[in-house]
Ligand binder design. Sequence first.
Ligand SMILES: Nc1ncnc2c1ncn2[C@@H]1O[C@H](COP(=O)(O)OP(=O)(O)OP(=O)(O)O)[C@@H](O)[C@H]1O
Ligand SMILES: [Mg+2]
Length: 233
Amino acid sequence: MSDAALLQVDGLCAGYGRSQALFDISLKVPARGAVAVLGRNGAGKSTLLKTLFGELVPMAGTIRLDGAAIEHEAAERRVRRGIGYVPQEHAIFAKLTVRENLLLGCVRQPDKSGMDYVLDFFPKLAERLAQTAGTLSGGERKMLAIGRAVLGRPRLLMLDEPTEGVWIGVIEEIAERLRQLAEEMALILVEQHIELALEVARHAYVIDRGHIALEGPAASVKSDPELMHYLAP
Ligand SMILES: Nc1ncnc2c1ncn2[C@@H]1O[C@H](COP(=O)(O)OP(=O)(O)OP(=O)(O)O)[C@@H](O)[C@H]1O
Ligand SMILES: [Mg+2]
């Protein structure tokens, strides 16, 4: 990649207790554009994002944001440095309204103008501000989760399966929003929709059983004869 890396990960190992799920992961994310992380179920994609966010303490390796080592910092500190995260599950508060969820996204921002931006960005949310988040459709929930994260004004936004459980007719709308975000910030996009991910992202990493099996520009990963070998169930 030509751009200087915003995030640089080297030799990252992580897991749960004594059960290691990630082995020697090295990757780079430039300041703009999306990087896709692909891999079959259980490959370690969510574990990677949890470790980058600070929910899991790495067993080894370094995570640098703008050159600063952050691998031992709490998630809270990483958020203040500009890392946003939309987890695969429990990304919204189901019992709160859409408006309340969004307000939680901008608690740190003295300037609340981001709210208007997000409601323009996802007009469906503007129609549902008073609705309880738990009653939203799959696609609307994802929009709410992404919108809330965007309100934190991240420099690096990590999205774990932003189209999972989303009706096919709405997937392209979310993909278009991701393309827009990728023009303004760094994205790490974990996706099961391979075509979509490789079309939105410039660069891709494929994880197989906790190891990076394949990496490169999205176009070359897409045409790699080994790709389906690492993604087939
Ligand atoms: N909380 C946990 N405790 C113990 N092991 C876990 C835990 N979460 C995940 N694992 C294990 O870590 C490995 C990687 O899981 P991870 O959730 O990162 O995969 P994934 O690539 O995100 O899969 P999916 O596509 O299904 O979301 C798997 O073997 C999984 O069983
Ligand atoms: Mg996952």
